[in-house]
Design a protein around this ligand. Structure first.
Ligand SMILES: *[C@@H]1O[C@H](CO)[C@@H](O)[C@H](O)[C@H]1NC(C)=O
Ligand SMILES: *[C@@H]1O[C@H](CO)[C@@H](O)[C@H](O)[C@H]1NC(C)=O
Ligand SMILES: *[C@@H]1O[C@H](CO)[C@@H](O)[C@H](O)[C@H]1NC(C)=O
Ligand SMILES: *[C@@H]1O[C@H](CO)[C@@H](O)[C@H](O)[C@H]1NC(C)=O
Ligand SMILES: *[C@@H]1O[C@H](CO)[C@@H](O)[C@H](O)[C@H]1NC(C)=O
Ligand SMILES: *[C@@H]1O[C@H](CO)[C@@H](O)[C@H](O)[C@H]1NC(C)=O
Ligand SMILES: *[C@@H]1O[C@H](CO)[C@@H](O)[C@H](O)[C@H]1NC(C)=O
Ligand SMILES: *[C@@H]1O[C@H](CO)[C@@H](O)[C@H](O)[C@H]1NC(C)=O
Length: 249
């Protein structure tokens, strides 16, 4: 227990920079891998008093820490170019390795309901953990071909919703990214194809992404309580999870 906590805190100190996510499928709101709005184009210092999103006074916003840190959708407004997505659930494909710092990350996939969701508190895929091939930027994709709708959610064909992907970086801060969808009948030809080009798990050694369970311990309680994620198959036993942390350090 102590050892693990120590590893985590060391990991936080060793973190180089920030993970960033690209949603490959369904199409995202747009490219939010941007950092701008610093003191000037030649001075990357943060403006005094910055809130993280700064109104520049000319109709634009600056993101001196980077857009993806902003709840709920990484600084991107609702889009009007929605993607049709199956009413009984479908694919979500991601590239987690943009920018250094994501040899280990946790992912959440949630939904917000309606055109302009009130919140994104509806969990579609419970938290899972990944390990990337290295702690520097890497190419690599993983795809969950059939994620379900959140519990007790029964939309109609034509209803709109937003899929929110959260990547929890090593230091605990969260990166947000969204894809706006319109529900369509399963098999609707307007649903973009899911194929080997946009939905795959990288296999090359320098792009391989591993999946792990997320587990919790209760101080004082004897047994280790392990939270299984039914939507992500478990590739590694617990021992390997700890081994990964050690190797990564
Ligand atoms: C929607 O349009 C934006 C802006 O042109 C683009 O960046 C984004 O990729 C588009 N998304 C989809 C799902 O087509
Ligand atoms: C708005 O102001 C910011 C900060 O001065 C500047 O970086 C940006 O280029 C301006 N944008 C436009 C469209 O004028
Ligand atoms: C920062 O980049 C975002 C995304 O491209 C853009 O919407 C915004 O206007 C930019 N802000 C400034 C101040 O240039
Ligand atoms: C869903 O979004 C589309 C495009 O933004 C819009 O035309 C349509 O009216 C919305 N559907 C509903 C049920 O609000
Ligand atoms: C979140 O939004 C849903 C509708 O999408 C609403 O029913 C629910 O009450 C909201 N939850 C909170 C905590 O606001
Ligand atoms: C990622 O792939 C692109 C295109 O194949 C290549 O140019 C680039 O060097 C690769 N980056 C890394 C970090 O492997
Ligand atoms: C895979 O599907 C996408 C649409 O989602 C399409 O643009 C692409 O051409 C398809 N690729 C292949 C090899 O069929
Ligand atoms: C990728 O791996 C995950 C975890 O094992 C699995 O659930 C998913 O089905 C795989 N995706 C594809 C396209 O095989």
């Amino acid at each position: 227990m102590f050892r693990f906590a120590q590893l985590v805190s060391l990991a936080a100190c060793a973190s180089l920079a920030a993970a960033h996510t690209v949603i490959v499928y369904p199409g995202w709101r747009g490219n939010n891998i941007h950092t701008n709005g610093t003191v000037s184009q030649t001075d990357a210092s943060i403006k005094p008093g910055s809130l993280g999103i700064n109104y520049e006074g000319n109709g634009t916003y600056g993101f001196p820490y980077g857009m993806q840190w902003m709840y709920p959708c990484g600084g991107m407004p609702m889009s009007t170019n929605r993607t049709k997505w199956p009413i009984s659930g479908g694919a979500v494909s991601l590239q987690p390795g943009w920018f250094p710092g994501h040899s280990v990350a946790q992912f959440y996939i949630n939904m917000g309901y309606g055109n302009e969701p009130l919140n994104y508190s509806h969990v579609a895929v419970p938290v899972f953990s990944i390990t990337g091939p290295s702690n520097v930027q890497y190419n690599g994709t993983f795809c969950l071909p059939q994620i379900p709708l959140p519990a007790n959610y029964t939309p109609k064909v034509g209803d709109n919703a937003t899929i929110q992907v959260i990547e929890l970086a090593q230091h605990g801060a969260s990166l947000y990214n969204c894809a706006d969808i319109t529900f369509a009948e399963d098999g609707d030809p307007e649903i973009p194809n899911v194929n080997k080009t946009n939905c795959f798990n990288s296999t090359q050694p320098d792009e391989h992404i591993g999946f792990q369970m997320v587990y919790t311990t209760t101080p004082g309680a004897a047994p280790l309580s392990i939270q299984f994620n039914p939507y992500v198959s478990l590739l590694a036993p617990l021992v390997l999870v700890v081994a990964t942390w050690v190797t990564w350090l």
